[in-house]
Design a protein around this ligand. Sequence first.
Ligand code: CTP
Ligand code: CA
Length: 217
Amino acid sequence: EAALSPDRRLAGRHILVTAGPTHEPIDPVRYIANRSSGKQGFAIAAACAEMGARVTLVSGPVTLPTPAGVDRINVETALQMADAVASALPADAAIMVAAVADWHVEAAGQKLKKGAGAPALSLVPNPDILADLGASPNRPRLLVGFAAETERVLDHAAAKRIAKRADWIVANDVSGDVMGGEENSVHLLTETGVESWPHAPKAVVARRLAQRIADAL
Ligand code: CTP
Ligand code: CA
């Protein structure tokens, strides 16, 4: 039996992926964060590299190994992620999978002591990295966002596609046990409509998305 020749259609392309959470310090020992294992974003970076792309993976704090052939930039906060994304441009495509904290804290320089009473946290909005990229002169030709939703998944995702000037949104139904798990249920929203993909391992979702990216580029 002849082996299938590998799909290398992303050779010569630079693909930027964000993944994982961001951690926003409250003081030197505490932080706020979104829930994210980084698994789906790392799987997408791996799938794009397997198809020959040069991949820059900007990762928040996660415990995952770097996929083969991927250039990884580690960051902690949303502001650091925004800087790392800007410095990685230009890219042919950007896939923003990170669960970016929507706010950062005006952090204390010293550890807050519980005996001093519950602190009032002053929250400051973080930049929207995807929306800023959508409006940037350096916008990648293909810009893909994710939307983690617990209700009205398609409505919220469609609104985000328009508001952030993304070409596609991968809508992630996180009402089940997707967070941190090995499988994912997603819908792909494009300019032409919605495709609901079968519930599948995150690596399978990633390869399917990488193939669609190759089709589009
Ligand atoms: N995103 C980003 N920078 C942010 C917040 C979100 O780049 N500061 C990106 C995410 O990586 C994702 C998309 O925007 O690709 C949607 O993130 P999500 O948290 O679902 O949407 P928000 O616009 O932050 O809205 P909300 O959290 O209120 O649902
Ligand atoms: Ca958010």
